[in-house]
Design a protein around this ligand. Structure first.
Ligand code: ACM
Length: 536
């Protein structure tokens, strides 16, 4: 083949041009890769651990250097065997997936050598450490949550949740990077029982509402949900051996609305949902007073065998079971038996408050008998503080709500107290004179009133060792919707959660005030309709 000198020249020029173009493309390509690499190295926004607005305040926080970032390659490793660990793992995985769309990965190598990993480690459970205490250790390479029990691991995860950006609380995934400031938190609860009570009797709240309530209280490490399941205005739990309790007794509520009730299947679903969040349900059947709904359903529970009308007002103290009739105790045995069979927690709350329509001697005999029934069904009884008049097993717990004298009486008889003073902890009390919802018979409770007191000094003669825990009740005479519940509960419940968990020595109103304010975006992202206190 003949190739002219001109053609050779052209070919050389073309080759040179191609090679120059290649070099340019290579350069551009490398620049893009380099830029991408550089972008990946940009640190995510993160809150340094010591400035994070954690509620409840942990026992000890030590800030470290740098941050950990959860991304699509972050792995999760569980060390230690316990079937309950699945609940903590599911919560963590669900939280990350919802926030970012990332699925935490199975680890592929030796865990000690691994980076970009979250380790959930059950320490030796035979040690003396509380199963709710935890250590959260975060550095650039790994996050480790360790505890003697799955509950502690779960609480460590709740703290981790508050160290992540507020956007993780939104319902939808967001592109915000998940940076977490490094450091170590060592934490444990002050009180074993940290609860809230929801009155589903005065107004009925659906199973879905109760689940939302559980979602809203779990970030703050509460571990008991007391359901006030019966009162004058409504009976809210199916009892198969006494069906009229719900078909009739559950058919209305304050103001005359439709009421409602939980089937036993609904209740089991609530119990299971609560358990998935390390929350124990405490069922309450209030008696011998606050029983009009039951008395209206079954004439034989009345001394004159005549059923009263259903009641939709908000007075108290007018109803009583017929204390002298054997059928009353047969009825109570059936109720306690059926509810206990679907309640895995150890407590059964038998009410006992404001029994103004029951003679005192009758009241004492009645409470004694009920306590024996509750024990027979393998539950520990809790009752409002008036129950201390009866002669009870020392394991029975008295819930102090009104009378310091009763609280002292209970302690002198060896009972532990659940602390719920109405003037400090009743979340249905108005915040101030402008609050549209709620009542005010125990006074106004602003956020600073809710925070600035201590359960161990509130009643003279009572100290930490007498206290099982604290519980914030919400009565629902004026509350019809879960939105209204949220307005009364938030932000006060943050104060109660901190009182229940954090050591009294760390109490600091200025710090708490700032932390609650900094939590507003989180509460907003959780869709909570909360009260914006002028005190904050
Ligand atoms: C109560 O508030 N009657 C316990």
């Amino acid at each position: 083949m003949f190739i002219s000198a001109v053609q050779i020249q052209k070919t050389i020029i073309q080759k040179k041009m191609r090679s120059t173009a290649k070099t340019v493309f290579l350069f551009i390509g490398l620049t893009i890769i380099a830029t991408a690499c550089q972008e990946e190295k940009t640190p995510p926004a993160f809150t340094p651990m010591e400035t994070a607005s954690l509620i409840p305040q942990p026992v000890e926080t030590t800030q470290g250097q740098g941050y950990f970032e959860i991304d699509e390659e972050t792995q999760i490793l569980v060390e230690g065997e316990d079937p309950e660990m699945k609940k903590a793992v599911d919560f963590l995985e669900g939280m990350i997936a919802k926030a970012s769309g990332f699925t935490l990965q199975e680890p592929s190598g030796n865990s000690n050598a691994m980076e970009n990993i979250i380790v959930l480690k059950l320490d030796d459970p035979t040690g003396s450490a509380s199963a709710e205490a935890y250590t959260l250790d975060i550095n650039e390479k790994r996050i480790q949550v360790s505890s003697a029990g799955p509950a502690g691991i779960y609480y460590g995860i709740q703290t981790l949740r508050q160290l992540l950006p507020a956007s993780i609380e939104k319902d939808s995934t967001s592109s915000t990077r998940l940076g977490i400031g490094a450091g170590v938190i060592k934490d444990e609860p002050r009180f074993a029982y940290r609860g809230s009570m929801l009155d589903v009797s005065r107004h009925f709240f659906s199973k879905e509402d109760v689940k939302r309530y559980i979602d809203l209280i779990t970030p703050y490490k509460l571990n008991h949900l007391h359901l006030h399941l019966s009162d004058d205005q409504g009976w809210r739990i199916e009892i198969k051996s006494w069906p009229e309790l719900t078909t009739k007794g559950g058919s209305t509520e304050v103001g005359g609305g439709d009421g409602g009730y939980y089937t036993q299947e609904d209740y089991k679903e609530i119990v299971q949902y609560a358990a998935a969040h390390f929350i124990t349900v405490v069922p309450e059947i209030d008696m011998p007073g606050h029983t009009n709904a039951a008395l209206a359903s079954y004439p034989e529970l009345n001394c004159d065998d005549k059923a009263p009308e259903l009641y939709t007002g908000i007075e108290v103290g007018f109803s009583s079971f017929c204390v002298g009739k054997p059928i009353t105790y047969k009825f109570i045995d059936d109720v306690v038996r059926e509810i206990s069979a679907i309640t895995p927690g150890k407590y059964f709350h038998a009410g006992g408050d404001e029994s103004h329509a029951t003679q005192k001697d009758d009241y004492i005999k009645f409470v004694d008998s009920v306590q024996k029934i509750v024990s027979r069904h393998d539950k520990v009884m809790i009752g409002w503080d008036e129950i201390q008049f009866a002669t009870l097993d020392s394991t029975t717990v008295a819930q102090f709500w009104a009378s310091a004298e009763n609280a002292n009486g209970a302690v002198s008889k060896g009972h532990k107290l659940l602390i719920s003073p109405a003037s400090k902890m009743y979340m249905d009390m108005k915040y101030d004179s402008l609050t549209p919802l709620g009542l005010k018979w125990a006074g106004y409770i602003e956020i600073d009133d809710a925070y600035n007191w201590d359960p161990a000094t509130y009643v003279k003669g009572i100290t930490d060792k007498d206290i099982l825990g604290v519980e914030a009740p919400l009565w629902a005479e004026t509350l019809e919707t879960i939105d209204q519940v949220e307005q009364m509960v938030f932000p006060r419940i943050l104060a109660y959660a901190e009182i229940a968990w954090s050591p009294s020595t760390s109490k600091d109103w200025e710090s708490f005030k700032a932390r609650v304010k900094n939590n507003y975006p989180r509460l907003e992202n959780m869709g909570i309709d909360f009260y914006k206190s002028p005190k904050l």
